[in-house]
Write a new protein. Structure first.
Length: 180
């Protein structure tokens, strides 16, 4: 049996602020909403960007404590290109609710890390053409041209043992999984 990632449900304190951020800035659309257990119950809002997924993320207005225990480090969203990562950075800056945006390259991705208005960690990333054994992380400058970013990333990671085309890594993984 293979498990495929589907969605996350997040408890939120300020449903309107979170809904505004995730729809206006991150580009999600509401697919459904309503009370969880009937009238008077907390509301849940389902959102997705993928037409074949009812929801990728949902918010439950459960009035969580200000500082509850939380074992989630971040939610990660893949985008198609480096230009999309740069566009997200611009959206975040224009919106003004995110205080810190951290561009980090893992060699196999170009990522930006930030927190939503309630402090949940988020990563928006695109894949690079390479595989680099993890963990790795080096800052990158989203204001540079794509060709400069790609050249600097390659130079930063190409001497790491195991560096190579991502297609080679995926082929090796496919073969390993077939043997199971």
């Amino acid at each position: 049996m293979q498990l495929e990632w589907s969605h996350a449900v997040v408890h939120v304190r300020n449903l309107d602020n979170m809904l505004s951020f995730y729809t206006r800035v991150l580009g999600f659309e509401v697919s459904d909403r309503g009370p969880v257990g009937g009238e008077g119950s907390p509301e849940i809002i389902f959102m997705s960007q993928i037409p074949t997924d009812h929801h990728q993320i949902a918010f439950l207005a459960a009035g969580r404590d200000e500082n509850p225990p939380n074992s989630v480090n971040h939610f990660a969203f893949r985008v198609a290109s480096l230009d999309d990562v740069k566009e997200m950075k611009t959206r975040l800056e224009e919106d003004g609710r995110v205080e810190k945006i951290m561009p980090l390259s893992h060699g196999n991705t170009w990522s930006i890390y930030f927190s939503d208005p309630e402090g949940n960690g988020i990563e928006v990333f695109c894949d690079s053409p390479w595989h680099v054994p993890q963990p790795q992380g080096k800052p990158w400058d989203p204001d540079k041209s794509n060709s400069e970013i790609e050249a600097e990333s390659r130079q930063a990671f190409e001497n790491e043992p195991g560096f190579g085309p991502i297609s080679d890594f995926y082929e090796k993984r496919r073969n390993e999984l077939k043997r199971r």
